[in-house]
Design a protein around this ligand. Structure first.
Ligand code: ARG
Length: 456
């Protein structure tokens, strides 16, 4: 069935028809389409457009269609252009001519925008649940691995010792911000386009406020032209997905590095790693590599949508049909990825001795400088003295803490035998006892705060 045949005498070219049709992907909106249509029929009844008998007939028909979708008994036809057409066609088959009244005052323009917003508002709940799953896994790791020592890096160069619990939590907080952003995306999606008609607003006295409440939105859209063109909620969702992907990619890259033989800090569980078809010894971090790779695809969905929107005039244009696939793809990608990463994080085993051994005394050079600051030296000067100590140790071919007291004192006479206490990484870590620092006490407080976000 074609909803717009009246002014045409010829048929659409078959390939053009196939290009135009969106049923292949928008059938994922089937439940939302039925829900929106039931609410619309009830609004038309209240507006005096449908009799109560007609409204009941239409709603009964739509409920039967919903049941057909649920039991997968709904049969799509070759001629169904999109999900909206399919539902209306089936309604006609089920209830006869009254079906033709449902679309009064409505356009597929406000209909599709409503359906997609409804879909996203529901999908967001599932996405939040899997986000929380990974956050919980990170928190559980932080708790059990809290006191293990590891080298911290900047520029991928050994920098300062930290606690492994601190590192795990460094991947928790970005996801917490993602969760907060996801709520905002949901809040922005909750502006109801239905009642905007094709572009100018519906000509029937529909109570849009009541419609808003019945569909679980927070407000009716304030401008009908804007409402049929507005895809900000899609762009915001895809930005959210791209940024979440980026955070997962960063976690993945760390894990991939740390589980390589060169680092040897982590060992992936068998359930979350794969072998090589050629090299029998291999254990590959495919799951994390896919997280890193999919982050690229997620970014692509965002840029693709933005490019589609750029250059459109206001109101509805068919280009907007391209908004759905990136939304579905981004959602599917993260729904698939996040639980797997959570499992992989939980299942990982550790080599604490390798992490500890990677903390070499040179990483305590900042602490050496800090100890000279305690003795009254300005930090710039102290930094220079510590730098010279590093240079001298390298020249003599020994670790920084193996310099003799005399050697240290050639650099600055303020240095005394207490200098060797500086090279204890545990002390170094314990000194960083500020809010957000890596000291055990600070990390324990951080962990409590992470948990309180999680179980809120
Ligand atoms: N399948 C269309 C979409 O997804 C529905 C809206 C069609 N509107 C129109 N004026 N042709 O955007």
């Amino acid at each position: 069935m074609n909803l717009w045949g009246g002014r045409f005498s010829g048929k659409l070219d078959p390939q053009a028809w196939a290009l135009n049709a969106s049923l292949g992907f928008d059938q994922r909106l089937s439940f939302q389409d039925v829900r929106g249509s039931i609410a619309w029929a009830q609004a038309l009844e209240k507006a005096g457009v449908l009799s109560s008998a007609e409204c009941t007939q239409i709603c009964d028909g739509l409920n039967r269609i919903r049941a057909e979708f649920e039991s997968q008994a709904f049969i799509f036809q070759e001629s169904d252009e999109d999900i909206h057409t399919a539902v209306e066609r089936r309604l006609g088959e089920l209830i006869g001519p009254a079906a033709g009244k449902l679309h009064t005052g409505r356009s597929r323009n406000d209909q599709v925008a409503t359906d997609l917003r409804l879909w996203l508002m529901e999908a967001i709940q599932g996405l939040e649940a899997v986000l929380i799953e990974l956050q919980s896994a990170l928190v559980a790791r932080a708790e059990s691995d809290l006191n293990l020592l590891m080298p911290g890096y900047t520029h991928l160069q050994r920098a300062q010792p930290i606690l492994l619990g601190h590192w795990w939590l460094s991947h928790f907080w970005p996801l917490q911000r993602d969760r907060e952003r996801l709520h905002q995306v949901g809040a922005h999606a909750a502006s109801l386009p239905l009642g905007s008609g094709a572009l100018a607003g519906t000509a029937f006295p529909v109570d849009r406020q009541a419609l808003t409440v019945s569909l679980g939105f927070s407000e009716p859209s304030p401008n009908s032209l804007d409402a049929v063109s507005d895809r900000d909620f899609v762009a915001e969702f895809l930005f959210w997905a791209a940024l979440t992907g980026l955070h997962l990619s960063r976690l993945a890259e760390d894990v991939i590095l740390f589980s390589s033989a060169e680092f040897g800090f982590f060992e992936l569980s068998e359930a979350f790693s794969t072998g090589s078809s050629l090299m029998p010894q291999k254990k590959n971090p495919d799951v994390f590599e896919l997280a890193r790779g999919k982050a690229g695809s997620l970014l692509g969905y965002l840029t693709g949508l933005m490019a589609t929107l750029k250059g459109l005039p206001s109101s509805y244009d068919k280009d907007l049909q391209e908004d759905k696939l990136p939304v579905f793809n981004a959602c599917d990608t993260l729904m698939g990825l996040l639980p797997v990463l959570a499992g992989a994080v939980r299942g990982m085993s550790l080599h604490p001795e390798r992490m500890r051994a990677a903390i070499e005394p040179g990483m305590l050079a900042t602490d050496l400088a800090d100890s000279l600051v305690q003795k009254g030296l300005p930090f710039r000067q102290a930094h220079n003295v510590a730098g010279q100590a590093v240079k001298l140790a390298a020249k003599l071919g020994k670790p920084l803490d193996a310099l003799s007291l005399q050697e240290f004192q050639t650099l600055d006479p303020l240095i005394d035998s207490n200098v060797y206490m500086v090279f204890d990484p545990l002390q170094s870590i314990a000194r960083r006892n500020v809010i957000g620092g890596t000291a055990p006490e600070a990390v324990r407080i951080q962990l409590q705060s992470a948990k309180s976000k999680l179980y809120k």
